[in-house]
Design a protein around this ligand. Structure first.
Ligand SMILES: *Cc1c(COP(=O)(O)O)cnc(C)c1O
Length: 361
């Protein structure tokens, strides 16, 4: 099998150890004679898989006992719609910090069901930074404050947790969950699609403080009510069982590597390798993100001469450095370097960048 480094923004690279374990267990999970795909979600085997996945995620993130862990479907997008139904009365106002593409998608959806106040926005500089918290214009009685801790497309990451001010903090952590330790107790709710840093697509995880449950609007569809899933251990209906199983193996793999503090150290080292390559290029490469807010997970960069983009990508592919094309809204390149991207992948890309700049600079 060709050894590649996969810089996809999502669905993204998974730990090879996990994929090999999935392969080994695919036809016969733990001597059951069945694939996880073939098991009743109500049976003891899947019950164990789900319980271990939740317990391991709780250990990794240090999730306090007054938070529910829910495994859901519909991706982060469905959460955008669920938020107002569950956490905002029809006449209430919701505060948002707008730092880019995913903030905007969430704002658009929530605006359909609640009043939205944009407490802060970095649109003035093309979403290249996180607005200073001291300048945020928060409303008096917000139902919640929402932000996106890592803008996957823009490559902008919060390096702080906003003040709650007594208002539930709700965070879209789809693309940096499990990349660093986080104090869950600061949040009303955290949610994330699995396919960036946790597992395959088709699973989303929500971590919800218990006192926020049970207040959904009366018209809330059963399947959009977090309480439905909280009351039924994520099994009101058939859960995305195979995806939960793979995510569970990823959690075990992270624990075996020393947990999130160890991952954070590795992720800092990896990101530094690529930012150094950009910064050392004398302007051949450019990263638009403000220094202090540079993402450790998604590193967008452009070439000064965009005519060279296609050649850069072709050369990268020859070296098995894959899926580096930037998002269509930004152009250029984007290297997504989630937990499962090894340091060697970042070093290989940095070496190629230097070589390409030397040839074309
Ligand atoms: C990918 C992504 C989403 C969208 O996730 P889906 O699972 O496709 O709905 C939302 N927010 C962030 C930060 C993302 O990275």
């Amino acid at each position: 099998m060709t050894q590649v480094f996969n810089f996809s923004s999502g669905p993204a690279v998974l730990p090879p150890e996990v994929l090999r374990q999935v392969q080994a267990e695919l036809l016969d999970w733990h001597g059951s004679g069945m694939s996880v795909m073939e098991m009743s979600h109500r049976g003891p085997e899947f019950g164990q898989i789900l319980a271990e996945a939740e317990a391991d995620l709780r250990t990794l993130l240090g999730i306090p006992s007054n938070y529910k862990v829910l495994f859901l479907q519909g991706g982060a997008h469905l959460q955008f719609a669920m938020l107002p139904f569950n956490f905002a009365a029809a006449d209430s106002t919701v505060d948002f910090v707008n730092t880019g593409h995913w903030s905007k998608v969430a704002i658009k959806e929530v605006s359909r069901y609640a009043k939205v106040n944009i407490a802060a926005s970095s649109e003035d500089k093309n979403f290249s930074y996180v607005p200073d918290e001291a300048t945020w214009q928060r409303s008096k009685d917000a139902a919640f404050l929402h932000y996106c801790s890592n803008e996957t497309i823009g490559g902008v990451e919060f390096n702080f947790i906003p003040q709650s001010n007594g208002v539930p903090l709700i965070c879209d952590m789809s693309s940096n969950i499990l990349s660093r330790p986080v104090d869950v107790s600061q949040f009303g709710m955290i949610y994330a699609g699995a396919q960036k840093n946790m597992g395959p697509s088709g699973v989303a995880v929500s971590i919800v403080r218990e006192d926020l449950l049970g207040k959904a609007r009366s018209e809330t569809p059963t399947m959009l009510n977090y309480k439905t899933f909280a009351d039924n251990g994520s099994m009101y209906n058939t859960p995305p069982s195979f995806g939960i199983y793979v995510a569970g193996l990823v959690y075990k793999h992270l624990l075996a590597q020393g947990g999130l503090a160890a991952m954070e150290a590795k992720n800092i080292e990896k990101a530094n390798v690529l930012y150094a390559a950009i910064d050392a290029s004398n302007g051949f490469y450019h990263c638009p993100t403000a220094l202090a807010d540079r993402s450790r997970m998604n590193i967008p960069f452009t070439l000064a001469d965009s005519q060279l983009d296609a050649q850069f990508l072709a050369g990268a592919e020859e070296r098995h450095l894959l899926q580096l094309k930037g998002h269509r809204s930004v152009g250029g390149m984007r290297a997504s370097i989630y937990n499962a991207m090894p340091l060697a992948g970042c070093q290989a890309l940095a070496a190629y960048m230097a070589e390409f700049a030397q040839q074309h600079g």
